[in-house]
Ligand binder design. Sequence first.
Ligand code: ZN
Ligand code: ZN
Length: 539
Amino acid sequence: MESANAYIITPPSSVAELSPPLTPKQQAESEAYISDADLPPALNPDTDRPVDADIEDNYVQRTLANAKPKPPITWSTLLGEINYISTALIAGVPLITIYGAMTTELKWQTAIFSVLYYFFTGLGITAGYHRLWAHRAYNASTPLQYFLCLAGSGACEGSIKWWSRGHRAHHRYTDTELDPYNAHRGFWYSHVGWMLVKPRIKPGVADISDLIKNPVVRFQQKHYVKLLLTMGFIVPTVLPGLLWGDYRGGYFYAGAARLLFVHHSTFCVNSLAHWLGEQPFDDKNTPRNHFITALCTVGEGYHNFHHQFPMDFRNAIRWYQYDPTKWFISVCYALGLASHLKMFPSNEIKKGEYTMELKRLERVGEEIKWPIDSNELPVISWTSFQEQAKERPLILIHGFIHDVSSFMDEHPGGKHLLSKQIGKDATTAFFGGVYDHSNAAHNLLAMMRVGVLDGGMEVEVLKIEEAQAKKKEQALAIVKDIENEDERRVAHEKAMQDVKRIEEEMQSALLRSPPEHIRNKKAQDYFPPSQQLHIRKAK
Ligand SMILES: [Zn+2]
Ligand SMILES: [Zn+2]
């Protein structure tokens, strides 16, 4: 057994000076909001250690393998499976809103106040609950923390402690059964379903020992119901009442209708943000980026980025993308209320974008028909090329023999320029001698390849070798046809003398014609566009 303090390692004195002071021991709180009993405890109450301090390396696999999911909900078991507090809140708010909208006049002052109160309580969730407490994306001064705590309480989405624990589990076990709002269970389950009924499998463990020690989080946890009622309903009712005499409008519009929008706006981060949009940073899991989601969620719509870089205080990294939560945190930073805004290095962010862009290009490349690989084409001698060019229009360019019959009439420079190159090496003319062809022309030409010329061009040495080999073959062939053994021996001796003479002739011919290939420099250095980019997979 390890001792309770095994995880606290005493640092050397030089480091100790730089380390933050140890936080005094706090009693773990058991108070909670909405089905807290369904979540694992935040701290081990006996030792005050993070719940995952001794987590096994195979925790996820083992937990999923051993989990005994509750049986599916049926009509007969439904009543016992409902989370009554959250269901009453989620179902009651729209009913109150509809009744209020049908019976209450909307004053312009109340309308403006409701929108402002929507952003105030929305930011409490996005800048407070989410980026500050769940992700520690920046440090907030105590006044800012109380401001965000009050604002977030007005959104009526549970305490910071409860919300952050679920959200940390969501990031840690994204798209698995241990994720409390697993997007694979469908849009509506991840939107609200997970709050209406008890979870089928207990969500995975997530440490929030840092939050349990935070005085603001503790303050909220202690007074949560009072704060919820005050910030959720009393303030939005009383302020319009005192300022312009509209208590009723305040209650129905700034209270209920505003709360309905705040609820579904933040619920969209779990549903819409895992369902709609692009994946420019990674496609391993469901999170996606979309402007519409950003609009609906006070800037939490760049969720593909967020799941890749969860501790970054931004969701949107481009200046033109809509992320008011980021703007709010930046203003707080400018005012000295926030510090240590975390940003992932842009070099690491670019790696993700680059990888996804390559994947996209690969898919484009797979739809393109590429020319036949040179290894699959027949190798043809110069003489054979000459003979075959009498039957069909074959032109040699850059070592490849092309059948241009389908292109004779299409050639932009005219048919006559192709006709005069049939059976010839047109490399120099093609590479700028007559016209410096475009990359498109190179690509098109490559599709007409029918063979590779032995030696790559008209080479004297190869022609000599080919002719001499033929002569040797003929000389030896005569011997085979002679039936009398003596005669055959004599003929064989003569044939061998002939072969020797042919070889000597070839040697002197080779000396006269040096084997260096004088190549077209431009053609030698040329790579087709597809190879220049190095994107195509090697076969
Ligand atoms: Zn998510
Ligand atoms: Zn998050």
